[in-house]
Design a protein around this ligand. Structure first.
Ligand code: SF4
Ligand code: SF4
Length: 187
């Protein structure tokens, strides 16, 4: 929406009240929810069928608010109070053992959600982004250190490698170093 690429009628979780709020914020006219993007429904929580869970951890990686706990090859579970019902873990599960269970009765949209709930979810999402970015940065730095060492060692290998291959390797290593430098500059 901020980039002018989406209308205000595409958010089923916010429902009709969400569209009214977006209309007030953006100055655009309110309209019904576009059914191509889903239906307004009661809020649901993800529930893992522990009998089928193989502990692959793919749902943990998919969850944008870090509310699934479990270790590799161990049963996983969802922390109900933190689940936003976004459903992103469902397609990530290779054995289809995550179900979305409605928990707000007849209440839908903003009646099934509150401003404090939204605030907590936003904070958890911000921390998730921070954690994922930090892990990627640390990984890049580790690889860059190895790449720098390879670059330093390159002359020792040149007698057995043709010049075109050496140049290609040098370009790959320098690109890895540049990526790590760029990440370090992200605040
Ligand atoms: S539905 Fe969304 S918030 Fe809930 S556990 Fe799945 S990915 Fe996480
Ligand atoms: S994606 Fe499915 S099988 Fe894998 S850990 Fe999560 S619930 Fe278990």
């Amino acid at each position: 929406m901020a980039a002018g690429e989406a209308d205000i009628d595409r958010c089923p979780p916010g429902g009709a009240e969400g569209i009214q709020r977006l209309a007030a914020l953006t100055g655009r006219p309110a309209k019904p929810l576009d059914p191509a993007h889903g239906q307004e429904r009661p809020r649901a929580l993800a529930v893992i069928d522990e009998a089928w869970c193989i502990g692959c951890t793919l749902c943990i990686k998919a969850c944008p608010v870090d509310c699934i706990v479990g270790a590799s090859k161990r049963m996983h579970t969802v922390i109900d109070a933190q689940c936003t019902g976004c459903e992103l873990c469902v397609p990530a599960c290779p054995v289809d053992c995550i179900a979305m269970v409605p928990v707000t009765g007849e209440r839908t949209g903003w009646a099934a959600w509150s401003t404090p709930d939204a605030q907590v979810a936003r904070e958890r999402y911000d921390f998730h982004r921070f954690r994922v970015d930090r892990a990627a940065r640390e990984n890049d730095e580790r690889l860059a250190a190895k790449a720098a060492q390879k670059l330093a060692d390159l002359p020792a290998h040149t007698q057995h490698t043709d010049p075109a291959t050496i140049e290609r390797k040098r370009a790959v290593i320098e690109a890895a170093l540049a990526r790590a430098r760029a990440r370090r500059e992200i605040p």
